[in-house]
Ligand binder design. Sequence first.
Ligand code: HEC
Ligand code: HEC
Length: 265
Amino acid sequence: MKSKAILTLLSLGLFIYGFTGNDQPSKPSKEVIERGKKVFNHVCAPCHGKDGKGDGVVSSTIFVKPRNFTTGVFKFRSTESGNLPTDADLYESISLGFHNTAMPSFTALSPEDRYAVMEYIKTFSERFSNPNEYPLKVIEPANQIPLSPESIAKGREIYLRTKCWECHGVSGKGDGPAAKRGFQDDWGNKILIPDLTNPNEVKRAQTVEEIYLVFTTGLNGSPMPSFKDVLTDEERWHLANYIYALIHGIALYDGTTIEQLKETR
Ligand code: HEC
Ligand code: HEC
């Protein structure tokens, strides 16, 4: 009786935390896929389409288009540029949704349903069952540098030196010279560049760690590149602190606002 209870606890733990798909393709049971399909057709297909092509009935009415799952390309991940997302990444995207898009948070779905639909959307792309795609190169953020005026100031220098401003603008408002031409994603849809001084325009990058991940992993399928090989880990934490200060409207170290900085350049 006792061992059965422990077994149940273990499998529950494995179920909730044991995303196993980082080293090799996961092997969900038929029941999980069937359950995921039901959830998907009911809840996700109006946007993402029954075949996962991003062409559901709602898609023509919204500017930020729902993801086409058949190419296996995902923006928000914890993995290196070009890699598939981990199961945990997909589960998180389903749970959190994306600010400033039609994609809501699905915490109203049970964890079991979210897990099942996560496995189901992977079946739309062969990449997820191809062993050559694994192991995934997962980035584990470590040695975070605490937020401080000095770190924010260093981050601003890095922002200018690394030319984030070419797209995001010296002000961070998304008005850089490259943004004038407008941006497209890999699926041919027009996409907006966020105003990094407005937390409501940022899809995911709210915490310092989430910001760090965005420019470390790059957003696959969009023009937002990875800077993992361009900047050291330390530089990336300073930069993340600076972007955090921008997004959350924290005054800069010497009182210079981004607008004044813009005027002097
Ligand atoms: C009302 C429309 C809508 C519904 C319903 C919806 N989505 Fe989305 N979804 C979107 C949009 C729009 C995006 C694109 C976000 C972007 O490109 O930034 C998206 C993106 C995604 C992504 C990709 C994120 C990435 O990193 O590229 C995943 C995964 C996803 N949706 C899963 C789901 C699942 C699973 C469901 C059902 C439980 C669902 N969505 C329901 C609109 C929707
Ligand atoms: C070639 C143009 C380009 C460059 C250079 C660029 N970005 Fe981006 N960035 C984009 C675009 C386009 C998006 C919006 C992508 C989307 O929503 O699909 C974006 C989105 C972002 C986001 C918001 C992510 C979210 O959660 O919505 C952050 C933060 C960001 N970039 C930071 C940076 C930093 C820091 C640099 C410099 C190290 C940089 N970017 C360089 C084009 C660029």
